[in-house]
Design a protein around this ligand. Sequence first.
Ligand code: NAP
Ligand code: G4F
Length: 396
Amino acid sequence: MGVPRENTALYVFAVWLPCGVRVAEGGHGFNERDTVLLFVRVCLLRIPGEVHVENCIIILHDVKEVSVKRALVTGITGQVGSYLAESLLADGYGVHGIVRRGSTINTSRIDHLYRDPHDVEARLRLHFADLSDASSLGRVLQEVRPHEVYNLAAQSHVRVSFDVPEYTAEVTGLGTLRLLEAVRASGIPCRFYQASSTEMFGSSPPPQSEETPFRPRSPYAIAKLAAHYFTINYREAYEMHASCGILGNTESPRRGETFVTRKITRAAARIKLGRQEKLHLGNLDAERDWGHARDYVRAIRLIVSQETPDDYVVATGVSHTVREFCEAAFSYHDLDWRRYVEVDPRYFRPTEVDALRGDASKARRVLGWAPTVTFSQLVEEMARADYEAEKRLADS
Ligand code: NAP
Ligand code: G4F
């Protein structure tokens, strides 16, 4: 199924008042309401030339055809969603994000991208919907008619999935099915991306590639596996252009505060500034393959841009223990982590995934993708960002 490109017109114009004052010109980006109304009336004619409307002379120089692609992103307020939105906007996309209603505003990761929807240049639009509400997904799909759909929304915390297993299955697993079904029922010929996870490999020893058996160890991993296979089934059954990125642990300064990397870098910064005394962690022996979200968003875009839909492991191929992450993060502040970290069994999981290290050979070969950020660069960037943020708080 190809991706349709929609043509829209870009008007190159100038608006003059009879007194000879030019009040607007360009392709778009003018704010005065009256000017906009006049502009719209003239441009409906779509004929270059001079038109006299009310008190203005509008000269329409040219009408150019431009292509605008629309992407619909679930989970746009999350860590990966924010980097993906940046990447799509930079490439000229109209980006539509699904947000769920909360008692407080939860758009802090994308606030820097947001513009008032009344601004004609605003290319980021947010829509209230929820993966647990099929009718809302169908409505947004009809409103947006996207060329690409990225399903990043999930209850994404593994430890929490043991506390809310049914909810995790509902949103992370069935939510994906609802979205796939809404896309299929809409008949919109869009490409679909599913955020699968190396967590699905569970107890299968590393390195883990597309050929490695899935042996999930948590309600989260099982829900992700259901979503993964729903996506593959829709690809095979309905010839949908649907792909899965099986991503390793994806980190950045925007990582949620309760995932282990961010919990460590934030605590190290607070301890350095005298705002915290101890850091309580669970299993220090777990090994993870930590990569940078920006590198992984590049892989996601490459996956969706392929002519043929397929599934890819995306990872750095390098793993470290939680202990090593602590050592690196505290060293950034010239601190000895052993003085501050205490193990608290409450953070152990009923069933743990001991070691994840992805083999991304297929992504390297087919997509030409390779990570650019090393483990020590990642730790440094996160440690620095948390120190600066905590310092601002301490100074305020
Ligand atoms: P994240 O920061 O936890 O973001 C999750 C997003 O999902 C948030 O925008 C959240 O909205 C939204 N969401 C949760 N429940 C929803 C619901 N019922 N309806 C609509 N939206 C809902 O996760 P991330 O790190 O960006 O990861 C993005 C995706 O990749 C997730 O699916 C995750 O499972 C998957 N993944 C992550 C990693 C990783 O290591 N980060 C690795 C592999 C795969 P709120 O802001 O309102 O909470
Ligand atoms: O940072 P974590 O919570 O990430 P986890 O469980 O690997 O899951 C993340 O990566 C998956 C990709 O592989 C994603 F699919 C998923 O959505 C999520 O983003 O824990 C990492 C390791 C675990 O072994 C955990 O037991 O750190 C260990 N750990 C030790 N102490 C801790 C803690 N984890 C957390 N969250 N908090 C602790 O205090």
